[in-house]
Design a protein around this ligand. Structure first.
Ligand SMILES: *Cc1c(COP(=O)(O)O)cnc(C)c1O
Length: 410
């Protein structure tokens, strides 16, 4: 007799030939039905292949849509440990928060459900303070300071929606004059996106203005390690609150983040977070697994030999550069993005007279090949970074890119 269990078992055994799961797959899942070649360690189930999901070599970087980063063994071990025990949720937040703050050298810290959640909870704490009634009234902001002054970046950044989720209104300013004019008795916080370097108001100046007017300042540093010293640079500078993503350069859980800074504000932010229910933050739950794994990710990150790691990335980029440049008409540029994915990277461009393929088509071929490779393909060429790869994947990526370009050589 067929049971649900049998069906599942049978499905797991069906070789995943092209299109079998076609109807279940999103558009982006090219070639998802390719037969599995097994995992690195065949004693584990190949869940993604069972689901008909394409896995790929990440030659792009820490991109949320590509599932961020992979947790290193120490972090996975902490996660796994946490799954085996019960613990009081507030108590582990207290202890891990203290530990993280101590390691980073800031006043206080808490683990949030990502940098986005750190922004919402941080601002909510600023608005409510420790007043439980105010905590439960949000997103109704009546009687509360509810304006956030945001340094206007050149391109709109969707993440500030995290601030609006509290019920606050954003006021965008560009210059110091505009900022001082915008400050009024309703101003709750001053906010800047760390990656926005072009602002006429330097970060130090924003901090000074915040102190002068007694308004907390917030810096969104979500994607901004490496360099490692960013972890303490901005709280040292005097920002009251700073947010980092847990699952980007830190390689903690992708569902975690850090809110660092002033203890009184972070304690207030915590009032909006689980286990408390009557709050705007109840849906931003992190459990013992995220909290512990995040703490261990920070510990690991601080202990890394960052110079050695940088050197390795440099030589990996150099290797790819040499391999792909063997195709005539191909040019490369070794660069380091100034902020966010601040790692050795390679821009690969070519003369389409000599290599007759568009960057979009090359990107597509790499994605739909075996193994599938995700690059930061743009309109101008391909962009590659090795920091999210396993070392053995670097050679594969170099040779695949070379082959795709060579096949198009005229
Ligand atoms: C990724 C990112 C966020 C969101 O971070 P999560 O950890 O995914 O919540 C916010 N701001 C910036 C600048 C980011 O790059």
């Amino acid at each position: 007799m067929i049971s649900r269990r049998n069906v599942l078992r049978q499905l797991a055994n069906v070789p995943l030939v092209g299109g079998f799961f076609g109807g279940l797959l999103a558009d982006g899942d090219l070639e998802a039905g390719a037969p599995s070649l097994g995992t690195a360690d065949d004693e584990y189930r190949d869940y993604f292949s069972e689901l008909g999901l394409r896995t790929f070599i990440n030659a792009h970087g820490t991109i949320t849509a590509l599932s961020g980063s992979r947790m290193p063994p120490e972090v996975r071990e902490a996660w796994d440990y946490a799954t085996r025990h019960y613990v009081d949720l507030d108590a582990i937040q207290d202890k891990a928060g203290e530990r993280i703050a101590e390691m980073i050298g800031c006043e206080y810290a808490t683990v949030t459900a990502g940098a986005f959640s750190a922004m919402t909870l941080g601002l909510a704490g600023v608005m409510s303070g420790m007043d439980e009634e105010k905590v439960s009234q949000l997103p109704d902001t009546s009687g509360l300071k509810d304006e956030v002054i945001v340094l206007k970046p050149p391109h709109p950044v969707g993440y500030v929606h995290a601030l609006k989720n509290t019920g606050a209104t954003l006021v965008e300013v560009e210059t110091r004059q505009e900022l001082e004019k915008a400050i009024n008795e309703k101003t709750a916080m001053l906010f800047v996106l760390n990656a926005y370097n072009g602002t006429p108001i330097e970060k130090e100046e924003l901090v000074a203005l915040g102190k002068k007017h007694e308004i907390p300042t917030f810096n969104d540093c979500a994607a901004d390690v490496p360099p490692v010293d960013h972890l303490w640079k901005y709280t040292d500078m005097g920002f009251d609150l700073v947010a980092f993503s847990g699952g980007k350069g830190l390689r903690g859980p992708q569902s975690a983040g850090l809110l660092l800074g002033r203890e009184d504000l972070i304690r207030a932010a915590r009032l909006h977070a689980p286990p408390r229910g009557n709050t705007i933050g109840r849906g931003m739950k992190v459990n013992k697994e995220e909290v512990l794994a995040m703490m261990v990710a920070v510990e690991r990150y601080l202990e890394l030999d960052h110079e050695k790691q940088w050197g390795r990335w440099e030589s990996q980029i150099q290797f790819i550069k040499e391999v792909v440049q063997s195709v005539s008409g191909v040019e490369t540029e070794h660069y380091v993005p100034e902020i966010a994915n601040h790692v050795p990277s390679l821009r690969i461009t070519w003369d389409q007279e000599q290599v007759n393929i568009t960057p979009a088509e090359a990107d597509h071929r790499l994605r739909s090949g075996h193994p599938s490779i995700e690059t930061g393909g743009g309109s101008d060429g391909l962009n590659v970074a090795t920091w999210m790869m396993r070392p053995e994947e670097v050679r594969i990526v170099a040779h695949r890119i070379r082959d795709v370009l060579e096949e198009a050589a005229t």
